[in-house]
Design a protein around this ligand. Structure first.
Ligand SMILES: [Zn+2]
Length: 346
């Protein structure tokens, strides 16, 4: 890996100015990703060495997340611009699609300085947004609440899978997987979102995209946990379980997204495409999607045979979902799995 840092002359800090941005000062070429850092200068006492260390760590996480996906998928990104230390009074970070940029706030929380760029959870979540834009550049996120919420869910699932894939994060990711609460940002002592909420779609208090994303994320989280328990009981080593689950679910997630042709898909459409490619995980994944009301199960009798199929859960934060789309091209259950646990939910 080759890293090239350009020298720049730093501007003089104005006495009264709280913040100013210097021009891009460094570029890093790693694989095919051109990553540019925007350094922010503030009165928040953060030594230059610390800033540089944070910048390198942020670049490393972004690169590693993209490399996780590159194990299976080949893609190129546009130049990525990262602002690791954006001064704020809020713990937050975001991806700006029009600029292909990632911004990470630095903020005081209860007297403690939190640098969100040092959270592997938060950085991998934001990189998830960036990668989803690579996969589906023209999806219209604002057109439909569930499409925007899936963007959040995709990014949270990216953070969960990266934790399992990335050896240094594995211990904490496993602990999260098995605990009652799985906090995004827990690695820097904050809980931006619980990725293991017990709420179903109809139990949500709001249609805000981050809130709305939680049941979808939790369905995948629960499926990972179910399979962790099964594999653990079979005596598979922890490292092999984590790596295997991360790789398999990464590919289910990405293939499900790639197979979704609607430009403003609902949760149900994406979930269906995921379980269609989920192989041995299809029943447990389908079951967890039904439990969280991402999908509903119903059947239709044709020639004295019952075909079970799934459809989107109608109406919740999604006025565009047709009332119970009885589309028989949906996922069908064969006679062989007619009595399996997924169907038993009925
Ligand atoms: Zn997000």
């Amino acid at each position: 890996m080759k890293r090239v840092f350009r020298n720049v002359t730093l501007s003089v800090l104005e006495f009264c100015a709280l913040i100013y941005f210097s021009p891009a000062f460094s570029s890093v070429k790693e694989n095919d990703d051109l990553i540019e850092i925007l350094r922010t200068h503030t009165y928040i006492a953060l030594p230059l060495e610390q800033q540089i260390e944070d910048e390198k760590a942020t670049i490393e996480t972004v690169t590693n997340v993209l490399n996780m996906f590159r194990e299976t998928w080949q893609f190129k990104t546009d130049k990525i611009t990262i602002t690791p230390h954006n001064p704020s009074d809020r713990i937050n970070a975001w991806f700006t699609p029009s600029e292909n940029s990632l911004t990470f706030n630095i903020a005081f929380l209860g007297g403690r300085l939190v640098r969100t760029c040092r959270s592997i959870d938060i950085v991998s979540h934001e990189t998830g947004h960036l990668f989803l834009k690579v996969l589906q550049p023209v999806w219209c996120r604002p057109c439909r609440p569930q499409t925007g919420a899936f963007d959040e869910s995709f990014s949270d699932i990216t953070a969960i899978l990266f934790g399992l894939w990335h050896a240094p994060s594995r211990k904490r990711a496993l602990k999260n997987l098995q605990s009652q609460k799985s906090c995004l940002g827990g690695d820097v002592g904050v809980c931006i979102r619980d990725m293991q909420t017990s709420k179903t779609l109809s139990e949500l208090d709001s249609c805000e995209v981050h809130d709305l994303s939680q049941p979808f994320t939790a369905a995948v989280h629960d499926t990972l946990e179910d399979h962790f328990q099964i594999l653990h009981q079979q005596g598979v080593t922890m490292n092999n379980i984590c790596l295997g689950l991360a790789r398999n679910f990464r590919d289910i997630l990405v293939q499900g997204v790639l197979n979704t042709k609607d430009l403003k898909p609902s949760f149900g459409q994406i979930a269906l495409n995921m379980i269609r490619v989920a192989g041995p995980y299809k029943n447990s994944l389908g079951q967890n999607f039904v439990r969280r009301q991402i999908l509903v199960l119903f059947y239709k009798q044709i020639d004295q045979k019952k075909y079970y199929t799934t459809g989107p859960y109608e109406g919740i934060c999604d006025p565009q979902t047709p009332m119970r789309s009885r589309n028989m091209t949906g996922y069908r259950y064969s006679k062989a799995n007619y009595n399996d646990s997924f169907c038993m939910i009925l």
